[in-house]
Design a protein around this ligand. Structure first.
Ligand code: GLN
Length: 305
């Protein structure tokens, strides 16, 4: 495994065609695109890394997997009255579909869906309290108490977040926001700004590898049924309008973020985190996807055989 990862870093990680860093969030626009890291956390507890696996990056939309998990824990199946579970086929920040479905986002991973989930888990609590809860959960599943929020990124999102504010207000116009919109947005921007490295991120996905139980610590995080459902949503919706392409090329449940990270789950085998800040046209890590495609070719981990 170490040889495979070193080879990926030496070849794909050194590619000149790196994609473009997200520039609509100023704090992400200044990230050096020449960084690359990959970590594989195996179900048996062994962890392999190569590249800049100790460097922190903004996990962005990958945090939506964690907030969905928390929402399911708090609300159970009532979550599905707030968001659907169909691929959107539209860009991650699209507003068009909301108009046709009474302001109900198609899935929890597009921006509108994750904003609706943030509203659901706030449940009248102060954003600070809810953010504390989200952080506590992420630290628990990653087994690392040092994980925190990059406040500069959060502020940067806040001052340039007109599109996300529009989505939230549009949903509110259908009576779908139960908390003040600025609380919901503040919570959303801050959880997107959680900073992690690939080692922490790979460990945080382990509960989705072994039917809802962390195979290393033995701790149960969610039920087997819930883990399976979260994986299915990651496969169908985790890469927005690039989800079909990701399933075709990689064949694993995965969730991307505009910080250039991807968390991918090989059920029964491993949790994989990759980071390369340059993005493709639909906002997914360009070299990160190539790295996962290569890893799956070497390991045969695609869920499609
Ligand atoms: N915080 C980002 C946004 O709201 C998340 C987008 C993403 O990672 N795809 O635009």
């Amino acid at each position: 495994m170490q040889d495979i990862l070193d080879e990926i870093v030496a070849t794909i990680g050194a590619s000149k065609e790196r994609g473009k860093v997200a520039d609509y969030i100023p704090q992400l626009a200044c990230i050096d695109p020449n960084q690359f890291a990959i970590t594989v956390a195996l179900a048996d507890g062994r962890v392999f890394s190569s590249g800049h696996s100790e460097r922190l990056f903004s996990i962005q939309s990958i945090s939506k997997v964690f907030t969905l998990t928390i929402a399911l824990g708090k609300l159970g199946d009532a979550v599905w009255s707030r968001v659907g579970r169909e691929p959107s086929g539209d860009p991650f920040n699209s507003i068009v579909q909301l108009e046709h479905e009474n302001g109900k986002p198609r899935n929890p991973f597009i921006n509108a869906g994750a904003i609706a989930i943030a509203d659901a888990i706030l449940k009248g609590h102060q954003p600070k309290e809810t953010l504390g809860e989200i952080l506590q959960f992420v630290r628990f599943i990653a087994d690392d108490d040092s994980i925190g929020i990059d406040e500069k990124v959060a502020q940067s999102e806040l001052v340039t977040g007109d599109r996300n504010a529009s989505l939230a207000h549009f949903m509110a116009s259908f009576g779908r926001m139960k908390n003040p919109v600025d609380w919901v947005l503040g919570t959303y921007f801050h959880h997107c700004s959680i900073a992690m490295n690939t080692e922490q991120l790979a460990r945080s996905g382990l509960f989705l590898v072994d039917n809802g139980r962390n195979p290393v610590s033995g701790t149960r995080v969610v039920s087997a049924l819930r883990a399976r459902r979260i994986n299915s949503l990651m496969l169908m919706c985790g890469h927005y309008d690039g989800s079909g392409e990701f399933a075709f090329r990689v064949g694993l449940p995965g969730k991307s973020g505009v910080g250039g990270g991807i968390l991918a789950i090989a059920p029964g085998k491993a949790s994989i985190a990759v980071w390369s800040p340059g993005l493709d046209e639909v906002g997914n890590s360009k070299l990160g996807t190539e790295a996962l495609e290569n890893l799956v070719q070497h390991t045969g981990w695609s869920i499609f055989g």
